[in-house]
Design a protein around this ligand. Structure first.
Ligand SMILES: NC(=O)c1ccc[n+]([C@@H]2O[C@H](COP(=O)([O-])OP(=O)(O)OC[C@H]3O[C@@H](n4cnc5c(N)ncnc54)[C@H](OP(=O)(O)O)[C@@H]3O)[C@@H](O)[C@H]2O)c1
Length: 316
């Protein structure tokens, strides 16, 4: 199958291209950079050089590639995971997803593409008991940034699901970990944990759902080949409260234990989003992905592979 990827040179794009090539697909990938285009050629990928904000150029490269499927993985997220860097990147990242994504969607329709998949996010289910599934409403009343993000992905998913011609699939990924991510030992969260700058907030009851970047690539390739139109939550089998995963992550990194801060202090120092992620976020169920995509995620490396961190409690 011929597949066009927007965002194919990023943290998930790289393993995704490798996975799709290994499955025998022909790939074209968008990039703004002639150097990255050359690297794509060396991998056996057809480069499509354009800026996604240039709608005519995007139309031209998608038409030339003649793909059957388009996968959109565009982001402009920072290398650092801090309140400052994320809020500095936020507006442009939103524009990239909204306007840039609209250009790719229009180009795909004009080129007669059959199926369109896009990156979406699993972090914003409405807080509550148990795991969220694809039908759980999003957190429109949470902290201001989370609520705004929840509204944005709702809109991005809606325009895909209501598309009159193409089959649309939104993949709501959990927190990426593995090479090239914030949670790799060389990533920014690991740096903060080593410096005791990444605290447990309040009771640490926020539940995080995890996804190895390689599993994200495998699930995406499966969804491109056999997914049904709609939404899939893609995360591993270990949704874990911060108070569980963070001390284990610190031990795995041989870092000092994480500090603990009260909700009031976190609100003052880091804002309402830090309190949401630390105390309210809800884990997600991967049951649909397991059932329909034969998704078999690996275990979180700092909990199970090392085996020395005590009992892992599943969120309930
Ligand atoms: N669920 C999650 O946890 C999650 C989700 C997403 C990202 N992240 C994190 O965010 C960090 C960044 O990773 P990432 O892969 O998303 O970002 P990245 O490595 O910066 O890749 C961004 C991709 O978007 C493309 N792009 C950006 N602006 C473009 C434009 N104007 N026109 C065309 N293409 C454009 C880039 O292409 P070119 O540069 O080649 O032009 C690149 O392929 C990582 O640490 C990752 O773990 C986490």
């Amino acid at each position: 199958m011929k597949i066009f990827i927007a965002g194919g040179t990023g943290a998930i794009g790289r393993p995704l291209i490798a996975e799709l090539l290994a499955k025998g697909h022909a790939i074209a990938a968008l990039t703004r950079s002639p150097e990255k285009a050359q690297a794509l050629v060396e991998q056996g990928v057809e480069p499509a050089v354009a800026d996604v904000f240039d709608s005519e150029a995007v139309k031209a490269v998608v038409r030339r590639a003649q793909p059957e499927v388009v996968i959109e993985q565009l982001t402009a997220l920072p290398r650092t995971y801090t309140r400052e860097s994320l809020s500095a990147a936020g507006a442009f990242n939103d524009r990239l997803r909204f306007e840039g994504g609209a250009n790719v969607l229009a180009a795909a329709q004009a080129a007669g593409v059959r199926r369109y998949l896009r990156q979406s996010i699993a972090f914003w289910a409405v807080p509550g008991r148990g795991l969220a599934d694809e039908a759980t409403p999003l957190a429109f009343d949470a902290s201001p940034y989370v609520a705004a993000d929840a509204r944005l992905i709702t809109e991005l998913e809606r325009r895909l699901q209501e598309h009159p011609i193409m089959e649309g699939i939104a993949l709501r990924y959990g927190f990426f970990y593995g090479p090239g991510t914030w949670f790799n030992p060389d990533g920014d969260v690991a740096r903060q944990v080593r410096q005791q700058q990444f605290p447990i907030v309040g009771n640490g009851e926020g539940v995080w759902s995890w996804l190895h970047i390689q599993d994200a690539a495998i699930a995406t390739a499966q969804a491109a080949a056999q997914g049904k139109p709609g939404i899939y939550l893609i995360a591993n089998d270990q949704p874990l409260a911060v108070r569980e995963w963070l001390p284990a992550f610190a031990r795995w990194l041989k870092a000092p234990p994480p500090p603990q801060v009260s909700v009031e202090d976190a609100l003052k120092a880091s804002g309402a989003d830090a309190v949401y992620y630390g105390t309210q976020m809800r884990g997600v169920s991967n049951a649909r992905a397991k059932r329909e995509l034969n998704f078999q995620p690996r275990s979180l490396e700092w909990i199970v592979d090392r085996g020395a961190y005590g009992k892992v409690t599943r969120a309930s």
